[in-house]
Design a protein around this ligand. Structure first.
Ligand SMILES: [Cu+2]
Length: 157
């Protein structure tokens, strides 16, 4: 029975010491962390204006550029089909144009494009649609009474 007392004292000392050490130990104080400013969204930056001019002549290339939009177009008196082409800014546009009757032309002056479209033979026109807007293309080879109304629209969005 006498041996129990020092054990109890030792136990009590250990408990007190444990409590004391817990109290004196530097407890990590809950710090208020300000929200990270990384949540701020970066402003959508417009595509940098590219000063690169598209090639003046049609250059059928076999490049595997993923941003190439290809269209097959027909020309006849006095319309293009499709008459409206919608692309995204920055895309390379490749048109394969075939005349169904007589010789026509494909002129898109805003992109320095002007090609003669012979009947029955695909003519490839390629340019970079680098500037958003709505542009008119038209026939540039006289093809009859409706020639001046033979037009279409290119939308770069
Ligand atoms: Cu014409």
């Amino acid at each position: 029975m006498k041996a129990f007392i020092p054990l109890a004292l030792l136990f009590a000392l250990l408990v007190v010491a444990g409590c004391a050490s817990e109290q004196t130990a530097p407890s990590p104080s809950p710090q208020v962390v300000p929200p990270s400013p990384q949540a701020d969204r970066a402003p959508p930056s417009a595509a940098p204006p590219s000063s690169a001019t598209p090639p003046p002549t049609a250059t059928p290339s076999s490049s595997s550029d993923s941003a190439v939009r290809e269209f097959t177009m027909t020309a006849k008196k006095w319309e293009f089909n499709p008459a409206t082409i919608i692309v995204n800014a920055g895309e390379t546009v490749r048109l394969s144009i075939t005349s169904l009757d007589v010789a026509h032309g494909f002129s898109l002056p805003d992109f320095n494009v002007n090609s003669r479209i012979e009947p029955g033979q695909a003519t490839v026109v390629e340019f970079v649609a680098d500037t958003p807007g709505t542009y008119t293309f038209f026939c540039s080879v006289y093809c009859g009474s409706g020639h001046s109304s033979m037009k279409g629209t290119l939308v770069v969005q």
